[in-house]
Design a protein around this ligand. Structure first.
Ligand SMILES: C[C@@]1(CC(=O)O)c2cc3[nH]c(cc4nc(cc5[nH]c(cc(n2)[C@H]1CCC(=O)O)[C@@](C)(CC(=O)O)[C@@H]5CCC(=O)O)C(CC(=O)O)=C4CCC(=O)O)c(CCC(=O)O)c3CC(=O)O
Ligand SMILES: NC(=O)C1=CN([C@@H]2O[C@H](COP(=O)(O)OP(=O)(O)OC[C@H]3O[C@@H](n4cnc5c(N)ncnc54)[C@H](O)[C@@H]3O)[C@@H](O)[C@H]2O)C=CC1
Length: 145
């Protein structure tokens, strides 16, 4: 099914990141300056993550962590757990399972910021490698303007 691209206003919205490794860090970096209120839950959390989030719960995920969260990223290195979390979200919650796109109800774009213009590149989850090649080609083009 085709996906519908939108730009979300996340100011004061609650975002949960399950997992505290490299992929979690990438998603958290993408959330900077959106005004989102970010909670991370994981037994081990990269030290770089601390200054970038509002709340850290240094322990394994519990299902009650989902309560009142609006956007959820499953970023653990346990694909079965990521899938169980994605399956447990409510109808009004958005979930991105980084280890199984079939269970996500949204994806992230690769983004280029060019002054006030944002260029979002995506493939509806079809081909991340092509997305990265196109991003590089656009960056080379913009560098020449
Ligand atoms: C479905 C999706 C789920 C989601 O939303 O997370 C997804 C899935 C997968 N990614 C994989 C690999 C990598 N993804 C990245 C990076 C990014 N991936 C992002 C999005 C998405 N990736 C969503 C689809 C977006 C769309 O196409 O519409 C970006 C755009 C946004 C973000 O995640 O923040 C960010 C770009 C940052 C930038 O360049 O700007 C890197 C690079 C790195 O980690 O440094 C690698 C290592 C690549 C390598 O090996 O070089 C694999 C394994 C593939 C394989 O090995 O074959 C899968 C699984 C699969 O495709 O099934
Ligand atoms: N969407 C994408 O672009 C990509 C997704 N991935 C997926 O992301 C996953 C994570 O990758 P990395 O961040 O590199 O792994 P990592 O090893 O750096 O981090 C894993 C994190 O999961 C946490 N974790 C483990 N069990 C947990 C539990 N019960 N509750 C809460 N947190 C728990 C760990 O404490 C750690 O913080 C990979 O296994 C893979 O499935 C990997 C590459 C690209």
């Amino acid at each position: 099914m085709k996906k519908y691209p939108i730009a979300l206003d996340l100011e004061q919205r609650r975002v949960l990141i399950v997992g505290g490794g490299q992929i979690a860090l990438r998603k958290i970096k993408g959330l900077q300056e959106t005004g989102a209120v970010i909670t991370v839950v994981a037994p081990t959390i990269l030290p770089e993550i601390g200054p970038l989030v509002q709340y850290q719960r240094q322990r394994p995920f519990e299902f009650k962590d989902l309560l009142e969260q609006e956007l959820i990223f499953c970023c653990t290195d346990a694909p079965t757990l990521n899938r169980r979390i994605a399956a447990a979200v409510g109808q009004d919650q958005l979930v991105n399972n980084t280890s199984d796109k079939q269970t996500s109800n949204f994806y992230n774009f690769a983004t280029i910021t060019y002054d006030e213009v944002t260029i979002n590149i995506g493939s509806d989850g079809q081909n991340i490698h092509k997305v990265q090649r196109v991003k590089q080609a656009i960056q080379r083009y913009l560098a020449k303007l």
